[in-house]
Design a protein around this ligand. Structure first.
Ligand SMILES: Cc1cc2nc3c(=O)[nH]c(=O)nc-3n(C[C@H](O)[C@H](O)[C@H](O)COP(=O)(O)O)c2cc1C
Length: 365
């Protein structure tokens, strides 16, 4: 299976299945000299962990990270960093009654057609558990970005039809849905509870703001920053849409409305507005980066569904297992992590964009 690697300079490969012995990530290209402990990573894994509220699955996964390589005396060595998380609360037998059935909304049919057979226990590589590895690697990237004065805030802006109408960053950690509007969060919680009672699920929207990104980062043709962000976001299971800046709304605007005018303020170039979402021509434009992702409703629902089995016969399907009625809150940290990985990779790539950067570094003036 290819397709498990992302990044050019800060490159990661995730590995492992949801019901295998463990899963994890190898980071290749992390600079030496970064102070790194398992706590730096664990705090983000805990945000993704299920079983913390009725909004998420009641699987009690511990998801404890172990640093296997690349760190010596608390510091990165410049060699590959391998991070492992053991699978502990997996109930493979929950899946035995659906082993030969294609779950609607899941990757089962594609996997079977592609490889000739599939790991039916929780979807294998296409399970949401794969994102643990992304969060572990993302934690390292976030730490490096913080040291460079770049911060990322991701939060839920809608759950089903319930949309946030205000933004207070401090509220994000005060509700289980990670919304930045406590009133909307209450309404959204009630909406989710109602869905659970009906054996159904719901989706939502996650927004991300990046502060402190310098201008000119991103590679202008196939490595555009917005294109890389879109690829990273759409690679997360259940993400069905990506918009940067005004996104689809830009299609309705006039050029005079959509263009962000530049102006000089105290010797700095700034923009009057930010319809672009902080990226122009595939490079950061110095404003805050702003993008949204749309998450579909959790495909595993407890309602009876119609599908086909491996023989192509029509059958009915009841999914047992323990599933999130809504993926959105657990995906918030996954979005932030993927964003950090893309930004850091782009920043590192940019270090060879000018001959003067090389000359300055190697001392040849
Ligand atoms: C953090 C996270 C957790 C997820 N948890 C579940 C889950 O408990 N049950 C489920 O049916 N899908 C879950 N998913 C989504 C499926 O993995 C995904 O929808 C499925 O593999 C099909 O892929 P697609 O939706 O990208 O087409 C989760 C996704 C993420 C990002």
């Amino acid at each position: 299976m290819s397709g498990s690697v992302i990044g050019n300079r800060f490159k990661i490969m995730t590995w492992g299945e949801s019901h295998g012995a463990a899963l994890g990530v190898t980071i290749d290209g992390c600079p030496a000299g970064l102070l790194l402990s398992s706590e730096d990573i664990q705090k983000y894994l805990d945000l993704r962990r299920p079983g913390q509220s009725k909004m998420t699955t009641q699987r009690s996964e511990k998801d404890k990270v172990e640093i296997l390589s690349g760190v010596f005396e608390g510091m990165t060595t410049g060699t590959p960093i391998s991070l492992m998380i053991k699978n502990e609360d997996q109930h493979s037998k929950d899946y035995s009654n659906i082993a030969d059935k294609m779950r609607p909304g899941h990757a089962d049919y594609g996997f079977t057609e592609k490889y000739g057979f599939r790991d039916y226990r929780g979807g294998g590589r296409s399970s949401g558990r794969e994102t643990i590895a992304r969060v572990a690697a993302g934690a390292v990237a976030i730490k490096i970005l913080e040291g460079l004065g770049i911060s990322i805030v991701s939060y839920t802006s809608a759950i089903g039809p319930v949309k946030a109408s205000s933004f207070d960053e401090e509220d994000i950690m005060k509700n289980p849905l990670f919304m930045a509007d406590l009133n909307a969060a209450k309404e959204a919680e009630a909406f989710v509870k109602n869905c659970v009672e009906k054996g159904d699920s719901v989706g939502g929207i996650i927004e991300t703001k990046v502060f402190g990104m310098p201008p000119g980062i991103g590679e202008p043709v196939f490595g555009k920053l917005d294109a890389s962000l879109a690829q990273a976001m759409l690679s997360i299971g259940a993400v069905k849409g990506f918009e940067i800046g005004d996104g689809f709304k830009a299609a309705e605007a006039l050029g005079s409305e959509n263009n962000d005018e530049f102006m000089s303020e105290n010797g700095h170039v700034i923009k009057k507005t930010n319809h672009s979402g902080g990226v122009l021509g595939g490079m950061s434009d110095g404003s805050d980066i702003f993008f949204k992702v749309a998450i579909k409703p959790t495909p595993s629902i407890s309602k009876e569904q119609n599908t086909v089995n491996d023989k192509g016969e029509n059958v009915s399907l009841v999914i047992k297992g323990r599933h999130d009625p809504v993926i959105v809150p657990r995906a918030v940290i996954v979005v932030k992590s993927m964003c950090a990985l893309i930004l850091l990779d782009a920043l590192m790539e940019n270090m060879t964009s000018r001959i003067s950067y090389l000359e300055d570094f190697y001392g040849k003036k």
